[in-house]
Ligand binder design. Sequence first.
Ligand SMILES: Nc1nc2c(c(=O)[nH]1)N[C@H]1C(S)=C(S)[C@@H](COP(=O)(O)OP(=O)(O)OC[C@H]3O[C@@H](n4cnc5c(=O)[nH]c(N)nc54)[C@H](O)[C@@H]3O)O[C@H]1N2
Ligand SMILES: Nc1nc2c(c(=O)[nH]1)N[C@H]1C(S)=C(S)[C@@H](COP(=O)(O)OP(=O)(O)OC[C@H]3O[C@@H](n4cnc5c(=O)[nH]c(N)nc54)[C@H](O)[C@@H]3O)O[C@H]1N2
Ligand code: SF4
Ligand SMILES: [Mo]
Length: 708
Amino acid sequence: MVVEKKPAICGICPGGCAVEVTLEDGRLVKAEPLQGAPYANLCVRGRYAPEIVYSPHRLQTPLIRTGERGEGKFRIASWDEALDLTAQKMNEIKAKYGPQALLSHSGRGAFEQSLVEFCNSRDSVANNLLLPFGSPNIASTGSLCFVSYGILAPMANFGLPGAWLTPDLENSNLIVVWGTNPVTDSPPIFFKRIARAQRKKTRVIAVDQMRSDIAGRADQWVGVRSGTDGALILGLLNVVINEQLYNRDFVENWTLGFAELSDYVRNFTPAKVESITRVPAATVTALAREIANTEGVSLRTYTGLEYTNSGVQNIRALYILWALTGNLDVPGGLCLSAPPASPAQREKIEAPAGVLPIGADKYPLFYELTRSAHYMEFPRAVLEGKPYPVKGLLINGSSTLTSYPQPAIFEEAYRSLDFMMVIDLVMTRDALFADVVLPSATYYEINSYQRYPGYVRLRRQVIKPVGQSKNCFLIMAELANRLGYGHLYPQSEEEVIEKAFAGNPGLLEALKNSPDGVKLPYPERRYKKYELGLLRKDREPGFPTPSGKMEITSSLMAKHGYDALPVYTEPAEGPLQNPELCREFPLVMNTGARIQSTFRSQHLNVPGLVKLQEKPQALINPVDAAERGISSGDRVAVSTRRGRVFFYADVTEKVLPGQTEVNMGGGNPTQVEAWRLANVNDLADFSNRDPVSGFPVFKALLCQIEKA
Ligand SMILES: Nc1nc2c(c(=O)[nH]1)N[C@H]1C(S)=C(S)[C@@H](COP(=O)(O)OP(=O)(O)OC[C@H]3O[C@@H](n4cnc5c(=O)[nH]c(N)nc54)[C@H](O)[C@@H]3O)O[C@H]1N2
Ligand SMILES: Nc1nc2c(c(=O)[nH]1)N[C@H]1C(S)=C(S)[C@@H](COP(=O)(O)OP(=O)(O)OC[C@H]3O[C@@H](n4cnc5c(=O)[nH]c(N)nc54)[C@H](O)[C@@H]3O)O[C@H]1N2
Ligand code: SF4
Ligand SMILES: [Mo]
């Protein structure tokens, strides 16, 4: 047996951790962290790489549907036949209904670096393949992830995307982690940095609806009712303004709308905030004082605040709190830094003129800033022909029927399509509805590259593609070829790499000779860039907003008819708005806080990982469990107005009394039974959305839990 060990990049998710792999006769048997290398990590999923890449559930060949949609009957096809059929059906739809009748959706399986750099639209993570075809309808998981916190809120406040906002954790005197659990980030870079700061005795506060991993490790956990962070933040602002703890110079010189904000927050007294958020009034006051009086407070937030009725506004309020307390772009604070530009040489791909993507009418700010279609509007387009009919769908690396609310509505749309194609590693529920299913290789099976902050590596193929699977970049490029515009995309892995470093050929040479990667010069950190003219294109001081100020009253929001102030809206389905409903469904329901062993719907068929948590859980406080005669491990029915799904109880003080956290990810056909039958999104609400982002309210709903 030939045993070989070599450095590699983990191929399980786009995190790009540096690993050392062991191969036995060319077969991957082990992945370990690459000792001493930058970005050496190995999360629990990465450790099970061999089981994941050689899973018996991997798709081996292209498939063409022979049964009814959803039935799961397919025949094996050749790549030529499957791709020819796809191109033919796309052209048929174009001839009959126009190119805009085709829509694409890309997801968490499609974030590999080369795809991101060559196939994504400039403004979002949506794949741009359909733009040259003539359709503006490129959608992605941006319709329910990242865009609120990463684009809409920071653009409205600062005129800058969230990629610019980087917490200066190393120099902080206080780190606040709000609505994110960096322990499950992939790779866990923020967690490592926070843990390092904790070893240096930096204080950490976590604001979370439950005692998450990071809250458990923090000095203080502020437990909040899901979806009410907006009220809490306005309460903190109330204290900061009343006690004049804000940074006067920043307010006077760099903000728009401070007077209106002062007026608005007057109602959010600590006592009132307690009644809304469950955070004791004394904690509200103390937290406000601590954030305002500590020099250098950094903030890390992510998805926890995105899924409530005023998600975008709440996140805006949070960033405003940081700026007003003097913690924006100062040592140890929330800094503003331009992400490094990519030297990749990609063709210019423009959106077709004259036709807007679906969703642009309902979510105009989302459209203006992402230039992509809103997938929450897909069922309306297919089933009602509004704003115009959509007849064809291409999905790459996404499991929409486990990730979108009320999947039955999406299934009905999929049944009504003229054509549907899915590219994935495994047979997803989506794929059951597709006419053509194409097998993707994992990132362990491809050649590419990975960029990190201050560092870059080549991704070298570790094993040959499993079965007939292919690099999904090349699948896209080949499809473009058949549609007559292959010249817009690199057509081989060599060409991908060549073009990725076209702006810096010396770097490519260096990379070829250094399997552990190359360190890049890292720009020196400069603070208060708004004073130095480093934020605006015209080099004038200020922010790149229409007023040049940080806009507390946002002109971008106002332009599209939204409140200019970061106003709080009570969850549409919550105990205060719906006391009637609350009698039947008394528990505040949160869904989808990450667990270590899965990545959204993925890996729930990998024995080693499933063993870590065999069943999908509903977390319930001992007080609520006792009232219902529920013990840990019991099978329980979780019901909402929309439906009833069975989970397994975890009785724990990690959740507050009256609240529950329900696992997300179940519902796919290849998963182990307990998970396959537990799609939490059957309980979510398709119509209940944040009107600015269009994101579903996944984390502020009402439910009942009963022993099954
Ligand atoms: N109720 C509730 N719903 C939620 C959430 C929640 O918190 N609560 N979270 C939301 C969030 S943040 C997100 S991002 C979405 C998840 O959005 P999705 O994109 O649907 O996420 P996954 O379930 O990870 O699906 C990714 C798919 O890509 C496939 N895949 C993996 N690697 C590759 C590859 O290399 N190539 C190809 N072609 N495919 C690959 C996987 O097999 C899997 O089927 O769910 C959202 N839904
Ligand atoms: N292992 C693993 N890693 C993943 C993923 C995965 O599925 N598994 N998913 C990936 C994806 S798609 C994404 S988008 C990122 C997301 O990364 P994160 O945003 O860090 O996601 P979570 O780990 O769920 O952390 C969100 C936290 O917000 C809390 N929360 C929920 N609702 C509220 C609320 O209303 N208020 C407050 N204050 N807190 C709230 C939850 O309890 C949870 O602790 O993670 C990525 N990394
Ligand atoms: S975070 Fe992603 S890239 Fe890193 S070890 Fe885990 S699965 Fe692999
Ligand atoms: Mo996500």
